[in-house]
Write a protein that binds this ligand. Sequence first.
Ligand SMILES: Nc1ncnc2c1ncn2[C@@H]1O[C@H](COP(=O)(O)OP(=O)(O)OP(=O)(O)O)[C@@H](O)[C@H]1O
Length: 771
Amino acid sequence: MDSREANLPADSNHDSNLYRSFNATTSSSSSSFTSSPPDFLRNVQAAFKRHRMMPQLNNLQPRRLVVPRQETSKSLIDSKKTDKSHDVSVKQRVQDSSAQTKNMMTVTTVNQEYASITPPFISGTPTEEGKFKSIDAQRGQPSFSCDCRSSNMVDFPCLKCGHVLLVDGPKKVQFALGNDPRSHGSDDHMDTRIGNLLTHMSSLALTEMECDVSNQLDGSTAPSHDANNQNFHDLDHQINPLRNFVHSEFGHHVTQSSLVGATSATTTLVNSASAPKLTSTTHNSRPQHNNFHAGNSFDSYQGVAHIDTGNPPKLLPKYSSKMLADQTPSAAVDSYPENKCELPRDHQGKEAGSCGMPKDPIPLTDKSTKGDLFAGDIIDLQSRRPISNDPISSVKSVPSKPEKVEKPASKKDASAARKRNYDPDLFFKVNGKLYQRLGKIGSGGSSEVHKVISQDCTIYALKKIKLKGRDYATAYGFCQEIEYLNKLKGKDHIIQLIDYEVTDKVLLKEVMSGSMSNKDGRVKEDGCIYMVLEYGEIDLAHMLSQKWRELDSSKSTIDENWLRFYWQQILLAVKTIHEERIVHSDLKPANFLLVRGSLKLIDFDANGNTIKCGRPSDIWSLGCILYQMVYGRTPFADYTTFWAKFKVITDPNYEIPYEPLSNLWLLDLIKKCLSWDRKERWTIPQLLQHPFLVPPIPPRVSNDHRNLIHLVADSCSEDPKAKMLCSQLQQLVSDPVPDIKSGSSITIDERCRLLDEMSKLCLQLKKRLEM
Ligand SMILES: Nc1ncnc2c1ncn2[C@@H]1O[C@H](COP(=O)(O)OP(=O)(O)OP(=O)(O)O)[C@@H](O)[C@H]1O
């Protein structure tokens, strides 16, 4: 997932200048990247070949309709199966958790990973008010829905690959492959990055497909239903860049694409008016595709972002803004007493620390440098010239190990193990502090997350990202999550970073200096990034699963107050990052964690790459999330294959199916988020004021007025003209501005006009009665 600031309105001139600068650079760089269809097809095929195997996931089926329907679809039955498996998973987790509490010396690996469910974003064209398209009517139809309406602006957010696909109107596609010159030093690299993008997209597609397949799996062996859904979301969310790319490359209306890199961007013109359309062979190069079958959904949570036509792409955060990183390694271990518990003695039976941890013989890292990757530094992200006042030489390197640690074979290793004085099978060490493993609670594309307990008996989540073998640009991207989390420290709806450590000193130095001299190299050391985070009890994906299970059993519909409560928190979380000029670009239910009753946003990985996307892309994702909260399925759930989804999402004429809702404001709200045209999507502040959250106060007509008008009307019942005037007056009093939404304020001019109108009616009526 990517978190980045981009497309934000801070300094358009500045961005514009930089964009020109990029283009200048671009034009001078060599350009081996070609967007010609054959090359593209090769890239796609290569991407699929490189596609990583995804774990089998349960299927996420459409759940239920808000308005009770006559028939129960098969998918509902299937989804119940999934729910059962989810139940098992949750129960298992609870049991594991409790078992861990009972015996803290028993370290278990909990295999109930919270497979992330990434809600893909797709902005869909809202259907016209009042026009409802039955979801059922859509089922079984091979066609796809898409939100790529006639919008001229589409920006596609995040991919972990760090590519930015900018669709500028129907004619122009721009790929901004990150702004990091270090990652675009060569055309080969650029091609690779594009390949990575495609790989990632295809991986997500496969994931979703496999979710369908795994719907039939035994729940005990598959991750949660929500996790699948999340992957669907991921796919839909992240399909957009590729979708736009392909659409632009092969679509009849696409005439140009350009590749924009920071230092070696390549501009490519594609005259594709007559380019061949995509064919299915393009994506059938992998055997995994055989696993795809119809009948399931995957939806895009983050799909249609936008690019201002004619506007230069904005810079990525790290280059477009200065970041003052106040990164005091927090030691907020006492912040969450409810997470505290007592631990017994350590696994060696020695007297342990307060939580049964071995006494740490290793001195803590130098206070002056401990854990502060950017401590005290002001990093000028535009110039990539950090003003560092703090060398990072003192960052300790904790031997990172996978879940199973081999016993030291050599004397040296044995000596190191003795010095370490803790068992890495049981403990993590971050900045000199030990955290006992309580089990693995999740894993993402690049990381694994463990539940841990600190020496003062506070429960945390520890995210470990292995850097070994990764290129420096990617590793740098991972470090960006730390940047973002530090920037968002103290914010209510953002998961809090308690401490962190990057073990690769070279990488740290590179990041600190901003030089990235080793940009083409890879992290050689067995380096890791450790992040100690607030612990989230459950994510929104699981909450939704539970909620729908309850609804299914009670045959009731979604509780609007429940919806309002969590929707508002979701909005507040995204508002927080948007205010900091950060676009998350990977919003999905799994990335909202419940912490002490509040939803908090997680996962700000840039995954080594940055993708330019705008805030509207996040709104699109939110629309997909809300759609799922309301309907129990994602907007494009009927389309099960990657390309099927791709097709409908990119079809500007596709109408997202909206089942009728009793609350029309809710329907309107979803449509406001899923507008295909990003310009029509509402902003977070607008959404927070939407009548669904802030219900309008029904216009209250004074009984006196009504009585007076009635009185007058009764008195002139024989006079049709007077009666009509009375009727008009009453209408004006009771509903002065029918075309203006309730709750909306009207202008002073409008008020004066209404008063004038009322006066005129009164005068006319008076004259009429005097006749
Ligand atoms: N602070 C936390 N508390 C509890 N669980 C967490 C926490 N952070 C992450 N997790 C769990 O771990 C999973 C993976 O975390 P995260 O999304 O940050 O990793 P990632 O590698 O960035 O994943 P992705 O592939 O989605 O980008 C999450 O979906 C969640 O279930």
